[in-house]
Design a protein around this ligand. Structure first.
Ligand SMILES: Cc1cc2nc3c(=O)[nH]c(=O)nc-3n(C[C@H](O)[C@H](O)[C@H](O)COP(=O)(O)OP(=O)(O)OC[C@H]3O[C@@H](n4cnc5c(N)ncnc54)[C@H](O)[C@@H]3O)c2cc1C
Length: 380
């Protein structure tokens, strides 16, 4: 019996496992590996930050995949022996015929001295829970949210978080006592999406009284300040950051990666230079054809890529030609607060890429809430 090994039980891995198992039934052994016992739905972290979701509402046990006859192995991937079709973990070696790598990114706090001691990483689940507590205790002062470096996943994420923090303090009636600032190395918010969309986001932040400092180079975090180049010092009572991203060491140690440690893949099939080995999601080095920069990294793209790879593996295992191709399309809804959301979409393989951005609506917000429900119920 053929074996497919899926590394990572995040967005890409869970979708790939589900779709593949559904297509191949008992004819293939599908095994998913993760060092965590739980799947964390990161798209809802902003709502945990402001207390609209409890941490346990956005977590699912990966063991539940076994109800669908997807084997779950709780272990840490240490090394990929790609020539030997083997993955070495802290518990055992796992062999495969097909391998899907969806290990995402890890956070490297050390790129910004002082981050670890003086700031919270709003992309990390444990810190997200702590930030919620900090916000509840916060009654006046300055909150600064900074992006350590590019690329970072979910490009609208920091803006969504700040818009929700704005909502949170308005609802508590103390917004006038709280100053909110976002600091980014980007030229403009979501600069990949082009000047029109950037401008709309800028205006949205301005209308909500959120200061934006763009093109910033973050040098360090001190106890109550963010240090930028040109001797700029931004005082803050609460520092929230997005730590620099890099891929897990097991990936960086392979010959699959580009100079930044992301995995080179065929942009349409997601296959690496090793036959039958695929990489999807945040860890993949997919670039936009026109600008040649990394394509946005988000769950929706991991999801679409997982579909393509799962379908193609199922076809090959059944003796057919793989005929699914990834098209670089995706959508995202930014929760802008007060029950409204902005629907945005992108087709980044198009030359030039196309983007849509629809002003905040209730319908988009409801779609986002519906997607959360669908995600947590459908895949587990
Ligand atoms: C705050 C926030 C909000 C977001 N909002 C959205 C949104 O609204 N829409 C959207 O599309 N995207 C959103 N994203 C981005 C989205 O969560 C990621 O892009 C997506 O999860 C990437 O999927 P992945 O499968 O590549 O990696 P992940 O989902 O990160 O999964 C990687 C998995 O690999 C496991 N792993 C890593 N290393 C090892 C190892 N050595 N051994 C074993 N297991 C390992 C991890 O435990 C993890 O479970 C958001 C992200 C954040 C942080």
């Amino acid at each position: 019996m053929k074996r497919t090994l899926i590394l990572g039980g995040g967005s890409g891995g869970v979708v790939a496992a589900n779709i593949l198992k559904k297509l191949v039934g008992r004819t293939m052994r599908v095994t998913l590996v993760d060092r965590e016992t739980n799947h964390y739905f990161a798209s809802s972290y902003p709502r945990v930050i402001i207390g609209e979701r409890q941490p346990n509402q956005i977590i699912k046990g990966l063991k539940s995949l076994e109800n669908k006859r997807i084997e779950f192995r709780h272990c840490e991937v240490k090394e990929l022996d790609l020539a030997g079709h083997r993955v070495i973990t802290d518990k055992h070696d796992l062999e495969y015929d097909y391998l899907i790598i969806s290990l995402g990114v890890e956070y490297n706090l050390d790129t910004v001295p002082g981050f670890r001691e003086n700031a919270f990483n709003v992309y990390d689940f444990q810190d997200v829970v702590k930030v919620n507590q900090k916000l509840r205790e916060f009654s006046a002062g300055k909150i600064v949210l900074f992006i350590s470096s590019l690329p970072y996943k979910c490009p609208p994420g920091p803006y969504e978080i700040m818009l929700l923090i704005d909502q949170y303090f308005r609802q508590r009636g103390i917004r006038h006592k709280v100053k909110l600032t976002v600091v980014t190395p980007e030229k403009s918010p979501e600069s990949l999406a082009g000047p029109k969309i950037s401008q709309k986001l800028r205006k949205m932040l301005l209308d909500r009284g959120i200061e934006l400092i763009a093109e910033a180079k973050i040098l360090a975090v001190e106890k109550n300040a963010l240090i930028l180049d040109h001797d700029a010092k931004i005082p803050a009572d609460l520092l929230l950051g997005i730590a620099s991203h890099w891929t897990p060491q097991a990936i960086r140690n392979t010959d699959l990666v580009d100079k930044n440690g992301f995995i080179n893949v065929d942009p349409f099939t997601l296959e690496t230079k090793y036959k039958g080995v695929y990489a999807i999601g945040d860890a993949a080095a997919i670039k936009t054809p026109v600008m040649g920069v990394y394509a946005p990294k988000a769950g929706i793209f991991a999801h679409m890529q997982a579909k393509v790879v799962a379908r193609n593996i199922a076809s090959m295992a059944q003796g057919s030609k793989p005929e699914s191709y990834y098209d670089g399309k995706g959508f995202c809804i930014i929760n802008t607060g007060f029950g409204q959301g902005c629907y945005t979409s992108v087709h980044y393989y198009k030359k030039p890429p196309t983007f849509t951005f629809i002003r905040p609506t209730k319908a988009a917000y409801l779609l986002k809430v519906g997607f959360e429900k669908y995600w947590l119920n459908c895949w587990f």
